[in-house]
Design a protein around this ligand. Structure first.
Ligand SMILES: [Zn+2]
Length: 236
């Protein structure tokens, strides 16, 4: 193997690790955002359930007020009824009292229905609160892990950048420029030849390129993808 290829393969190995680490780092902010969004969803669900439960409570209070007003009226009507000496008025007051009592019964039925609904909302609220607490704990744990991973990966990147810098400094300037150019466009610079096929682009190289790689006098280039190609093992 050409010593330059050997040298560049070591450099490429570090660059591939760096690429993986940088990709890993890029995924962290969206992961953290997704976790926060899950918690926000659970918080919103609690608020919405609370609001419904409160709306129901307000409706119950309103009914209670309506019932009380009618009861007060009934007491007044009954007092008038027993104070009157006129038969006609007595009967009219009795009718009116009966009408109010019917109203009260109807409102009380309504109130009973709302109270049952209220119990359902309370159960839903407890459920939403439990889900929120569970989500909060999970999200907190996940964010902690992401932060730790961020610190680890950042430290690894720094370490590999140092290693890469040291290796790159040993590569002749022109060759390094060529390497960096292919790295930027292809991600991978050096590809093995499997038979006559470039492992980088999976295309067959010309006989001339194959022979050039086999001769190991200078670095051969895949005419299709531009990667530097070499032969790792070959039998004559
Ligand atoms: Zn190729």
């Amino acid at each position: 193997m050409l010593p330059e290829i050997e040298q560049l393969l070591i450099l490429q190995d570090k660059d591939q690790v760096l690429r993986r680490l940088r990709n890993d780092l890029k995924k962290m902010p969206p992961d953290a955002e997704a976790a926060k969004a899950r918690l926000a969803g659970a918080t919103a669900a609690v608020a919405a359930t609370k609001e419904e439960a409160q709306r129901n409570e307000v409706a119950i209070k309103s009914l209670e007020l309506q019932i009380q007003t009618r009861r007060d009226t009934i007491v007044k009507l009954k007092t008038q009824q027993f104070e009157t000496r006129k038969n006609e008025e007595f009967t009219a007051l009795a009718h009116e009292t009966a009408r109010y009592e019917k109203d009260v019964a109807k409102l009380e039925d309504e109130e009973m229905g709302l109270m049952e609904t209220g119990e359902v909302w309370q159960a839903k609220l407890q459920e939403a609160l439990a889900h929120h607490a569970e989500t909060e704990a999970l999200v907190k744990e996940e964010l902690g892990k992401i932060k730790q991973r961020y610190l680890n990966v950042t430290a690894q990147i720094k370490e590999f950048e140092g290693l890469r810098g040291g290796l790159a400094a040993q590569v002749p300037g022109e060759l390094l420029e060529r390497y960096d150019r292919i790295l930027a466009s292809r991600g991978e610079v050096i590809a093995e030849l499997n038979g006559h096929v470039c492992a980088g682009c999976h295309m067959k190289v010309t006989a001339a390129t194959f022979n050039e790689a086999r001769a190991e006098k200078q670095i051969a280039t895949c005419p299709n993808c531009g990667r530097m190609v070499y032969i790792a093992h070959w039998d004559d």
